[in-house]
Design a protein around this ligand. Structure first.
Ligand code: SAM
Ligand code: SF4
Length: 322
């Protein structure tokens, strides 16, 4: 379907949980506040997720991304993927994960229909990784990446940078992942959401400046969804930049989101949500739910509120799903 500004909406991101096995310093507080512990009955069930995806497929959604919190903590992840895989119209099922549980799960995920995986990795320095994630083990993530590549799954690395004296080395080291493997390394600009307001973002221009001093960097003049792509000369993978704040991509935004509690967010920055879980549980007919969703998506804002004043959204990133 198209929204009222003529943008085709064909991509749905579904958050499976707010829980996480890491505590990245810009995403989650060190200790969870009481109200962040969401009880199971408030989460969308496996069947509700599949039902919602089916409704969305009928309004033109073709690509699904499962995210969180950490989506691999959701026990029924394989059943969820298998259920979505049976829905006519869904062409791609992708996952965004911190990669801690990837190695032991990726084979089964692929069998059930997973097509792509984005792995969040902000540094390849073990100590830094431990610090940023408050306890994560880098080696475990790297093994997961290796296995995914072995299985022929397309891998993208998502890197969020916060200002740090170690960034120059960090940036040069992390892009090496793109040199000899078909891995895209994408730098995502930090958005002022929740605890991220305490950190300073690093601009893409700075990253490009650092990379250009070391490598011959080719601007591919290519936008793919929200990413602008470059390539290090003779490398196999690409370097991407996603700049939701400094380089608004609202004009071509094709995505909507469902939170783990069933809230439809038609823009990452919007506070308004349609409570789909309530509609499903009140036995509203699927046709009526579809109408409500269509109206909400049709009336999306033209631009995100980030662009207007770098205003922050109350919800935390682990609740929205990135
Ligand atoms: N736990 C999974 C992971 O880390 O990939 C999925 C959820 S996580 C919220 C999704 C993505 O959001 C991660 O790549 C993370 O780095 C990114 N993220 C978290 N907080 C952010 C922020 N304030 N601005 C930009 N990206 C953020
Ligand atoms: Fe967890 Fe992902 Fe947030 Fe890190 S970015 S705390 S891995 S949800």
């Amino acid at each position: 379907m198209k929204d009222k500004y003529g943008r085709e909406i064909d991509y749905l991101r579904i958050s499976l949980t707010t829980s996480c096995n890491l505590r990245c310093i810009y995403c989650m507080p060190e200790l969870l506040e009481k109200e962040s512990n969401i009880s199971n009955e408030k989460l969308l069930t496996k069947d509700e997720i599949i039902k919602i995806t089916d409704i969305f497929s009928k309004i033109g959604i073709k690509k699904i991304r499962l995210t969180g919190g950490e989506p691999l903590l959701r026990e029924e992840i394989n059943e969820i993927i298998a259920g979505i895989n049976k829905i006519e119209g869904i062409k791609e099922i992708c996952l965004t994960t911190n990669g801690i549980l990837l190695e032991k799960n990726i084979e089964e995920l692929k069998k059930n229909g997973l097509t792509r995986v984005n792995i969040s990795l902000d540094t390849v320095d073990e100590d830094e990784y431990f610090k940023i994630t408050r306890g994560g083990n880098l080696k475990t993530v790297l093994k997961g990446i290796e296995k995914a590549i072995e299985l022929g799954i397309k891998v993208k690395i998502n890197t969020v940078l916060i200002e740090s004296p170690k960034n120059q080395k960090n940036i040069l080291d992390i892009v090496k992942l793109s040199l000899n493997e078909n891995i895209d390394v994408r730098f995502i600009e930090l958005m002022p959401i929740g605890v991220a307001k305490n950190f300073k973002k690093v601009n893409a221009e700075k990253v490009i400046e650092i990379l250009s001093k070391e490598y011959e960097l080719e601007n591919l003049e290519h936008f793919e969804g929200t990413s602008r792509y470059y390539k290090i000369k003779n490398s196999t993978g690409r370097i991407g930049f996603i700049n939701p704040i400094s380089q608004c991509f609202c004009e071509s935004c094709n995505r909507v989101r469902i939170t783990s509690q069933g809230g439809l967010k038609n823009c990452l920055s919007s506070k308004m949500e349609v409570n789909i879980i309530e509609l499903l549980r009140e036995n509203i007919s699927l046709d009526e739910i579809r109408d409500i969703i269509e109206k909400n998506i049709f009336n999306r804002n033209e631009k995100s509120i980030f662009e207007e004043k770098e205003q922050s959204v109350q919800k935390k990133m682990n609740e929205i799903g990135g």
